[in-house]
Ligand binder design. Structure first.
Ligand code: SF4
Length: 283
């Protein structure tokens, strides 16, 4: 046995009728765009075939902690008491305090600004509804800042995050759904568990980046439309990632995809999914 069993997953993104024929797709998040680009077949397994994968207790613990941190930051932003959330978790209190100390100018409301946590925006794009949720949005007359709390370690390669669909989609949707010029926008990630204090990475934006993202979205979503139609009409599966990309060795769908240890040189013993594949929980 070289893979894990899969089980049906309730899918909020696709509607299926009694014959399980695919109806028009509604929402797409940055996580789904990342997955689509990483391996279209994996996207099919998870979001169309509705196959879920188990996650390890350690991964579940990290996801739960991250959700609690986000909830605490949201409650703090809107002025609700947070005592009940932190009194049993000194670590949570420690990291929130560290973030507030590291970024007082961001976390202390300034006059003449609009602020909102868990700010949601949607953009209709080629019949898909692109959906973003900003952990915190701060707007003033001249600029808009998107902030995101990360509870995983800061990546060593800044470019990795610059290319991630979260950075690209969050800025793109903001530019398309506001009066701000791309140059007036920025996105900052705060890595709240960095030692000795939280660290941030800031990404600015411009017209060229905006146009490139528009082109890449157009290409990717045209591909998705084609793959969906072929799968719905002829049951032709979505393409698999090339084996040479070395993505299959720790994927839970190895058996289903016939990409098991027999065909792969360095299969990992860890058959559980990557944390990056797990959708962030919106509050
Ligand atoms: S085993 Fe490989 S081809 Fe199959 S879903 Fe996973 S990454 Fe994609």
């Amino acid at each position: 046995m070289t893979g894990v069993s899969v089980f049906p997953l309730t899918n909020p993104y696709f509607s299926m009728n009694a014959e399980t024929a695919l109806l028009p797709l509604t929402r797409l998040s940055q996580g789904q765009l990342n997955l689509l680009e990483t391996c279209p077949r994996k996207f099919q397994h998870i979001y169309i075939d509705q196959l879920g994968v188990p996650i390890s207790p350690e991964q579940q613990e990290r996801v739960t902690w991250g959700s609690r941190f986000h909830l605490l930051m949201q409650q703090r932003e809107i002025g609700l008491p947070v005592d009940s959330l932190v009194e049993e978790d000194a670590q949570l209190q420690h990291y929130v305090t560290a973030l507030v100390n590291a970024a007082p100018e961001i976390l202390t409301p300034a006059p003449q600004t609009f602020r909102e946590s868990e700010h949601c925006r949607t953009l209709n794009f080629q019949s898909f509804l692109l959906t973003v949720i900003y952990d915190l949005l701060i707007e003033d007359e001249n600029s808009a800042q998107i902030l995101d709390w990360k509870t995983y370690p800061q990546p060593k390669d800044r470019q990795w995050l610059a290319k991630d669909w979260q950075t690209r989609l969050y800025l793109y949707v903001m530019a398309e759904t506001s009066d701000y010029a791309p140059e007036q926008l920025s996105m900052s990630y705060w890595f709240v568990k960095s030692n000795p204090q939280p660290q941030s990475l800031k990404f600015t934006y411009n017209v060229l980046q905006h146009e490139k993202t528009r082109q890449d979205l157009t290409t990717l979503l045209a591909q998705l439309t084609g793959w969906l139609q072929r799968y719905q009409c002829d049951r032709i599966p979505f393409p698999q990632v090339a084996e040479s990309r070395n993505r299959c060795h720790d994927c839970s769908f190895g058996v289903r995809c016939q990409r098991t240890s027999e065909s792969l040189p360095s299969r990992s013993k860890n058959l559980l999914p990557n944390l990056a594949d797990i959708q962030e929980v919106s509050l």
